[in-house]
Ligand binder design. Structure first.
Ligand code: DX5
Ligand code: ZN
Length: 213
């Protein structure tokens, strides 16, 4: 069954624990946490302190998406704060294997992510090392943007390589996912769908999650 990862970026930060509880009770599989530094992406969001605060409020895996320059500097802190999956952008990692190994050294699952304009070939050499491949279907930085359909070919390509080489990583998509675009993503091979506004902008989160799934 397709996994759903609500992005708390679209939630009410003043009631974060309740918002997380609401989507957990609504059937979410992961909690997606968007970390932005105002450098790699134009927005600033949350750091390890918030991950540490939300950790006791959910038993779901925390899927932490690092949209930050020099992620190596913060990986230990996020791991110790309670991240279960740490995902780094290929565009921010000149020594990608080293960064992926660093994440794993803390006993955390390692993911790699690429922007819509970055070709699938850019992460081909790391595919056998990762637990998750995240394909951005918007340019990262903000919630509520329109889905970029050109990325569907890339989902298919990554899924084809996974099959060909018996890789075991999950394929996740992030950005502009709603009940319509979700169909194309899963048909192309996505296993995990991140959704922010399509879930948190709805009153009934269970219904929203089920509609996307
Ligand atoms: C975008 C973030 C996404 C964002 C998705 O930079 O990485 O996780 O929260 O939001 P929606 O689902 O509203 O496009
Ligand atoms: Zn994200």
């Amino acid at each position: 069954m397709t996994k759903i990862a609500p992005s708390i970026l679209a939630s009410d930060f003043a009631h974060l624990a309740n918002e997380i509880k609401d989507v957990e009770e609504g059937g979410a599989d992961y909690i997606h946490v968007d970390v932005m530094d105002g450098h790699f992406v134009p927005n600033i969001t949350i750091g390890p302190l918030i991950v540490d605060s939300i950790r006791p409020h959910t038993s779901l895996p925390l899927d932490v998406h690092l949209m930050i320059e020099n992620p190596d500097q913060y990986i230990e802190e996020f791991a110790k704060a309670g991240a279960d999956i740490l995902t780094v952008h290929q565009e921010t990692c000149p020594h990608l294997h080293r960064t992926i190994q660093l994440i794993k050294s803390f006993g955390v699952k390692a993911g790699v992510v690429i922007n819509p304009a970055t070709p699938a070939e850019a992460i081909r050499p790391i595919l056998q090392e990762v637990d998750l491949v995240l394909l951005m279907t918007v340019n990262p930085g903000f919630g509520g943007q329109a889905f970029i359909p050109e990325v569907l070919n890339k989902i298919e390509q990554i899924a084809a390589w996974r099959k060909e080489y018996d890789y075991t990583f999950e394929i996740e998509v992030d950005g502009g996912v709603n009940e319509k675009t979700a169909v194309d993503c899963t048909n192309a091979g996505a296993d995990v769908l991140v959704a922010g506004s399509a879930i948190f902008n709805q009153k009934d989160r269970r219904k929203a999650i089920e509609a996307i799934r």
